[in-house]
Ligand binder design. Structure first.
Ligand SMILES: *Cc1c(COP(=O)(O)O)cnc(C)c1O
Length: 228
């Protein structure tokens, strides 16, 4: 359960997996997912140099934001209620979970009010799971086309959460499809830039790297099992 050892091992494996896939390891960003992890353990990761952190709940994020140093680059990765947008704007570097139009409008309003640009990824429910948020693949191109019209919202790519599977090979098509959707968006939406594919978690990130992920969201493999 040593965070530093876990990170060391993980980083080495990311380098190997990237090279195996013919990719430059330097283009792959690790977001250490800190939900439920106490601040003292998170500090171990920061001391190691892992300063990109992901949280999925607003209140928990705010608590940690207050306690941890400003060098942290925060990523918001959970479903976001419109009435909480104002609490996180200006504090998070990238919101991975733009999953509906109402939220796009609210983020845009908040961005104007705060005099800034809000960076987002569009969450796609590739596998169509009822339990998960996100756009249907067939809606994604039109959604991004509309979002590009919101000047203070910067859509930087796509995010997906693959279905849970004991065998990560089974979710390879999900990752491949997200990349295909990103290509389609780039082809069809003028002014769009699909810089980031946020896909891959503790159980499936190697397959995600092979399929083009450049942001990995990894919790358990860094901090150990969560009790909740
Ligand atoms: C919890 C979470 C992760 C990390 O999951 P692990 O399996 O612990 O690596 C990644 N993405 C999202 C959106 C999450 O909520």
């Amino acid at each position: 359960m040593d965070v530093v050892n876990n990170l060391r091992r993980l980083q080495a494996r990311i380098v190997t997996a990237a090279r195996r896939a013919g990719r430059n390891p330097g283009e792959i960003k690790l977001v250490a997912v800190t939900k439920t992890v106490p601040v003292e353990r998170i500090r171990e990761a920061l001391a190691f140099g892992a300063n990109r952190l992901g949280e999925n709940r607003v209140q928990e994020f705010l608590n940690k934001y207050q306690q941890l140093p400003p060098e942290v680059e925060w990523h918001f990765i959970g479903h976001l209620q419109t009435n909480k947008v104002n609490k996180i704007i200006g504090k998070v570097n990238l919101i991975h979970s733009l999953d509906r139009w109402e939220l796009a409008e609210e983020l845009h309003r908040a961005a104007i009010k705060g005099g800034q640009v809000v960076k987002v990824l569009v969450q796609v429910n590739v596998a169509g799971e009822k339990s998960k948020y996100g756009l249907a693949p067939s809606e994604t191109v039109d959604f991004v086309a509309s979002a590009v019209g919101l000047a203070r919202l910067s859509v930087e790519g796509l995010m997906t959460i693959a279905p849970w599977s004991a065998n990560p090979e089974e979710v390879r098509p999900v990752f491949r499809q997200l990349k295909d959707i990103a290509r389609k968006v780039e082809d069809r939406v003028t002014g769009s830039k699909m810089d980031y594919l946020s896909m891959g978690m503790s159980g499936d990130w190697e397959v995600a790297v092979e399929e083009g992920a450049n942001i990995l969201r990894i919790g358990t493999a860094v901090f150990g099992e969560r009790d909740v």
